[in-house]
Design a protein around this ligand. Structure first.
Ligand code: TEU
Length: 571
């Protein structure tokens, strides 16, 4: 988010043809997400840390990513794995010190990469001094920094809202007799963005991190910050996306980003429930809000009506239609971020692919399809070697507060324990939170101690070392090719997108076009061979052997796609 990210009005050239604005640097960039607890442990306490990240930077440099996003490393009681922050200006001792951080940042920059921090300002930890002061009395100067309400005279809660982590979204504070809002854990009270003093403190904190040298922010549930006061009344149908959200983001842009035109920064807002139309407003360069958002439509398709744990099979037709709608919706104004997994989602190869017989093909197919869309791709740690779901069989193996709260609530309600474990095996956030297995052996090259959570069960042979060494079948090598392709090929970064065969429930096919350049992407999303219809695209009709740009099945050039084969050809 810099002035060069904001297309300037196109000046007329001498010949009269308008010159296109320079695309922002992040249109050809790829981001890698590190979830620090499980990336690499340098001190043997079983928890990943900054030292571990520093030791593994070569891996990311080899992969070729441009930006590293770190999930929260700030001081935190770790009720929600660091998304409950008690000091925005310090590093949690679990992960290291500010000196370690500065050393990491310098090394990332020396390798030509950028570092983005997680910004969690919808809520703080209940241990943050702001909240300690806020709850201390009804007339505390910081009372209004959080969302406090009276309960009903009949003992009812201020509203019916439920927390994302089970139970009501309101907690009673005995000392003052009022309830505070917590959309997530009770230990994560929501900040009140109506309070200008609080907003100014957040802006100042962001400025301190940018002054320190970080290259931007991934903003946690940032569309939740604006609570419409009316929505906080009983019976309100409105959830948390209040109307002032755009005002808050524009103010943040003015106070934090706008006066740094010399910096190449990036902002991405995490936004559960955001629509395509909202996203245009959030990301259109001329509005000065965000560079891109994480939308949730495609990762909600397999959720049941009541809960994500009520899991449905993922179907290809709605999945590709959903991504295509976002491609079309943000084609002229705005920008997409592209992801299939992160620390809140199951492993993408287990969820959308095949984590058994065709794991290599499915992991590389999903990567190919995602990276050939228009937008900025995000690679979640471990996906670059095709890591699979955790495979846990006992509730004792789980650590995540969302999973544990949900399990306890459903068990108390009398649900079948085996069915609960099966739901967690499919949907728990811990599926994506197992240690990165760098090598074989007890601590999987992740730690010399006992890992804070078990290494994924059932695949001891799947390690970074083994994947990178497996010639011709390395998921890592495939990602590397895709990332390099985006860097060198404007049609991948900027080309127009068109979905082909939208109703086909096995073929995921689309084209990308920029000027005279065209690419055709063909992916067989099934374990059976797929016969391409030559009528699908002229490049196939001409029966020329089209030039293959990327494939996960070298040598396969005919009209038959093998199981989970993905092929990108010039067209
Ligand atoms: O997640 C927000 C969010 O709405 C969900 O993805 C949520 O984590 C849950 O899985 C819904 O079922 C963000 C962070 O990414 C997440 O790790 C935090 O727990 C959450 O905010 C609170 O900070």
């Amino acid at each position: 988010m810099t002035d060069d990210a904001t297309p300037t009005p196109a000046p007329e050239t001498a010949g009269g043809a308008p010159r296109l604005p320079e695309p922002a640097w992040w249109t050809s960039a790829v981001v890698y997400q590190i979830w620090p607890r499980s990336f690499a442990d340098s001190d043997g306490d079983g928890v990943g840390d900054l030292g571990g990240i520093r030791q593994r930077l070569g891996h990311l440099h080899d992969l070729g990513v441009d930006v590293i996003w770190l999930s929260p490393i700030y001081r935190s009681p770790q009720a929600d794995a660091g998304y409950d922050i008690s000091d925005y200006d310090d590093i949690d001792p679990l992960f290291g010190t500010l000196d370690d951080f500065d050393a990491l940042l310098a090394e990332v920059h020396a390798l030509g990469m950028k570092l983005v921090m997680d910004l969690v300002v919808n809520h703080t930890s209940e241990e943050h001094p702001w909240f300690v002061e806020s709850r201390s009395s009804l007339d505390s100067p910081r009372r209004d920094w959080y969302v406090w309400r009276d309960g009903g005279a009949d003992g009812s809660l201020p509203t019916e809202w439920r927390s994302f982590f089970s139970g009501p979204a309101w907690a009673l504070d005995e000392a003052t007799g009022q309830y505070y809002l917590h959309m997530f854990a009770t230990a994560q009270p929501d900040l009140n963005w109506e309070n200008a003093e609080m907003r100014a403190e957040v802006h100042a904190m962001m400025n301190r991190w940018l002054d320190r040298g970080v290259d931007g922010f991934r903003m946690d549930v940032i569309n939740f910050i604006a609570k419409d006061p009316a929505s906080l009344e009983p019976g309100s149908p409105r959830f948390v996306m209040g109307e002032r959200i755009h005002e808050h983001l524009q103010e943040m842009h003015r106070e934090v980003f706008a006066h740094r035109p010399d910096r190449e920064l990036i902002t991405v807002g995490e936004m559960p429930g955001v629509t395509v139309d909202d996203a245009v407003l959030f990301t259109a360069a001329d509005r000065g809000e965000l560079d891109m958002v994480f939308q949730f439509e495609h990762v909600g398709l397999d959720s049941g009506p009541d809960s994500k744990f009520d899991n449905r099979p993922v179907e290809l037709v709605p999945l590709k239609a959903s991504l295509a709608r976002w491609q079309d919706g943000l084609a002229e104004r705005g920008w997409n971020s592209l992801y299939l997994g992160n620390h809140d989602q199951p492993r993408s190869v287990s969820r959308f692919g095949d984590d058994g017989e065709h794991r290599y093909e499915a992991a590389t197919l999903l990567a190919t399809v995602l990276h050939l869309h228009r937008g900025t791709p995000y690679v979640y740690q471990g996906d670059e070697i095709g890591m699979t779901n955790a495979g846990f069989t006992s509730i004792d193996q789980y650590r995540d507060i969302e999973s544990l709260n949900w399990h306890a609530e459903r068990l108390a309600a009398g649900d079948d324990p085996e069915a609960l474990l099966e739901a967690l095996r499919t949907r728990s956030r811990d599926n994506a939170r197992t240690p990165v297995p760098w090598a074989g052996g007890a601590g999987a090259g992740f730690t010399t101690g006992t890992p804070w959570i078990d290494v994924a069960v059932g695949r001891p042979e799947l390690t970074v070392e083994a994947d990178r060494a497996s010639s011709g079948r390395s998921v890592f090598e495939h990602y590397r090719r895709l990332i390099a392709l985006r860097h060198e090929s404007p049609v991948v970064a900027l080309g127009a997108f068109e979905l082909l065969a939208p109703d086909d429930d096995r073929l995921w096919a689309f084209t990308r076009t920029l000027g005279d350049e065209g690419l055709l992407v063909l992916a067989n999303v099934s374990g059976e061979p797929y016969e391409l219809d030559p009528a699908l695209h002229p490049a196939l009709r001409r029966r020329l052997v089209p030039q293959v740009v990327v494939t996960n099945a070298p040598g396969s050039t005919g009209l038959t796609l093998g199981p989970w084969e993905a092929r990108v050809v010039r067209a």
